[in-house]
Design a protein around this ligand. Structure first.
Ligand SMILES: Nc1ncnc2c1ncn2[C@@H]1O[C@H](COP(=O)(O)OP(=O)(O)OP(=O)(O)O)[C@@H](O)[C@H]1O
Ligand SMILES: [Mg+2]
Length: 229
C-alpha cells in the first residue's frame, strides 16, 4: 500500500487544524483503514489528544510526533507511506515555520480550516502563497478551504464572502459548525463518534468531510450511489 497523504495547514493559530486532523483521521480509520497522524506541531496537541484516550478504547489512528524534523518532515513521513492507507499531517501555526511547505510537498490533499470571521480570514490568506509555491514541485496537490466553527442558522457574513475568493482555493462543500462535542471529544481522546446521540450532527459533518476528501482522492466511499448517476 502507498498511503494517501493529507496535510492540514493554516499559519493562523486556533483555526481548527488539530480538530480537523483528529476527527478526520478517526473517521477514516473507523472505515477500516490503517491511519497515521503525524503530529508536526511542537505544541504536541495531536499527541496529547490521542494520549488522553482510555487504554480500553484507544484512539482509532496511530500518532507519531515528527515536529523535530522541521523542513525535512516530508522525508520522515515518506518512511511511513508503505505501512498506512492514509497519513494526516497536523501542521503547526506560524507563518515562518518550514513545516507546512515541507508537508505539502508530499501531500495529495491540503485542507485549510478557517474560521469564517474577517480577522481570522485575513490572517490566513498567506497560506495561498505557501500552497502556490509548493504547486511548482507538487502539481497534483489539491486544496480545499474548510469552514470551521460556523455558527448555526446564520449565513456567512458579507465580509467573509468577500475575503473567500482571495484565497484562490476552492471551498469544501462540508462545513463544520461550532459545537461543544468537538471540544469534549478531545478531552476523552476520541472523535465525536464516541459521544453518542448528542453528537449526531457533528458525526454527520465529520463523515461528510471524510466522504468529500476520499472523493477528491478518487477513492469510492461506502455510501450507496443513486441509481443512474
Ligand atoms: N468546530 C468546533 N467547535 C467548537 N470548538 C472547536 C471547533 N473547532 C475547534 N474548536 C476548538 O477551538 C480551539 C482551537 O482548535 P484547534 O486546536 O483544533 O486549532 P489549531 O488550528 O490546531 O490550533 P493551533 O494553531 O494552536 O495548532 C480548541 O479549543 C478546539 O477544541
Ligand atoms: Mg493544532
Amino acid at each position: 500500500m502507498t498511503a494517501k497523504i493529507i496535510a492540514i495547514v493554516n499559519q493562523k493559530g486556533g483555526s481548527g487544524k488539530t480538530t480537523t486532523t483528529m476527527q478526520l483521521a478517526g473517521a477514516i480509520a473507523r472505515r477500516g483503514n490503517k491511519v497515521l497522524v503525524v503530529d508536526a506541531d511542537p505544541q504536541g496537541t495531536a499527541t496529547r489528544w490521542a494520549a488522553s484516550a482510555d487504554d480500553e478504547i484507544p484512539f482509532p489512528a496511530s500518532v507519531v510526533g515528527l515536529s523535530a524534523a522541521n523542513a525535512k518532515v516530508h522525508r520522515e513521513v515518506k518512511k511511513f507511506v508503505d505501512d498506512y492507507d492514509f497519513i494526516l499531517i497536523d501542521c503547526p501555526p506560524a507563518a515562518d515555520s518550514p513545516v507546512p511547505q515541507s508537508a505539502l510537498l508530499i501531500s495529495d490533499v491540503a485542507l485549510v480550516p478557517i474560521i469564517p470571521s474577517p480577522l481570522d480570514m485575513w490572517a490566513a490568506v498567506g497560506i495561498k502563497q505557501v500552497i502556490q509555491n509548493v504547486a511548482d514541485f507538487n502539481d497534483t496537490l489539491q486544496s480545499r478551504l474548510v469552514l470551521n466553527q460556523c455558527q448555526p442558522k446564520t449565513t456567512l457574513a458579507q465580509e467573509c464572502l468577500q475575503v473567500l475568493p482571495e484565497f484562490e482555493i476552492p471551498l469544501a462543500k462540508t462545513q463544520i459548525q461550532h459545537r461543544q462535542v468537538y471540544r469534549q471529544s478531545a478531552v476523552f481522546g476520541q472523535t465525536v463518534h464516541n459521544l453518542g446521540n448528542k453528537a449526531t450532527a457533528a458525526i454527520s459533518e465529520v463523515e461528510n468531510l471524510a466522504d468529500e476528501v476520499l472523493e477528491i482522492l478518487g477513492i469510492a466511499t461506502k455510501k450507496k450511489k443513486k441509481k443512474n448517476s
